[in-house]
Design a protein around this ligand. Structure first.
Ligand SMILES: [Zn+2]
Length: 238
């Protein structure tokens, strides 16, 4: 799901996955460098919020970005008002200009995994499966689907392997066709991510520009456990 928007903060990562360094302005600050919790930031350290914001906070199955503000490592999180706050920063005044930087290799990997997850979700739904959950974390990326009514097609290891191979073939064909990836935010702040020729769905994550940016997308296995069809996958940025 796409989270609520905060009116004072431009979410630059919504518009450009590849913008990994920017000069931003502090629009809120709290906590102290040695202890008091200033609201939603974790660990009792000082926190700030900046605009434009290039940091993706954990959510929607995608991990938080890792990055720095003026060279100090920060941890992004989203507060209840939809503001992305950055914990573990030196205390800074509202209005200060800061240089924000996101780890570009992790950003690209997260975007590749997330985008491949959208495609895999659409391929499962094309089989008649109902998407019920997902994780796009590196090393544990998977899509979950509701198994009800699909027990027979997945009853043995051989059948599950056949379905895995079908999903891989469908993934390869989809990626070979290609398609642009775009995002839009409506007046109510709801963001929709569209993959040309695949689907459109509400999402607050980061994505590649085109399916041509994906490489080594592998469907690893298909299992049925704990009440879900679990399809594990991996992907890289081209
Ligand atoms: Zn997404």
């Amino acid at each position: 799901m796409a989270p609520a928007q905060h009116p004072q903060q431009e979410q630059a990562y919504y518009g450009d996955t590849y913008l990994t360094e920017v000069t931003a302005t502090v629009i809120a600050a709290g906590g102290t460098a040695d202890g008091e919790v200033g609201g939603t930031a974790d660990g009792g350290a000082a926190w700030i919020a900046v605009t434009p914001n290039i940091f993706h906070p954990k959510g929607g199955g995608q991990p938080s970005d890792e990055g720095t503000v003026d060279g100090a490592a920060v941890t992004p999180a989203r507060d209840d008002a939809g503001l992305v706050v950055l914990a573990r920063v030196p205390t800074l005044e509202v209005g200060a200009a800061v240089v924000c930087s996101v780890d570009p290799a992790k950003r690209r990997l997260h975007a590749a995994l997330h985008t491949a997850g959208h495609v895999l979700g659409a391929l499962g739904e094309a089989r008649g499966w109902q998407h019920s959950g997902h994780s796009h974390f590196p090393g544990q990326a998977r899509l979950d689907f509701d198994p009800e009514g699909h027990e027979a097609e997945l009853a043995t290891p051989e059948l599950r392997e056949a379905v895995r191979a079908e999903l891989q073939a469908a993934m390869d064909a989809t990626l070979a066709r290609g398609g642009a990836v775009s995002a839009s935010v409506d007046d109510g702040g709801h963001r929709t991510v569209t993959i040309e020729g695949v689907n459109a769905e509400p999402c607050g994550g980061t994505h590649v520009r085109s399916l041509a940016d994906l490489a080594n997308v592998r469907i690893l296995d298909v299992k049925v456990k704990r009440g879900a069809i679990k399809v594990r996958y991996e992907a890289e940025h081209a």
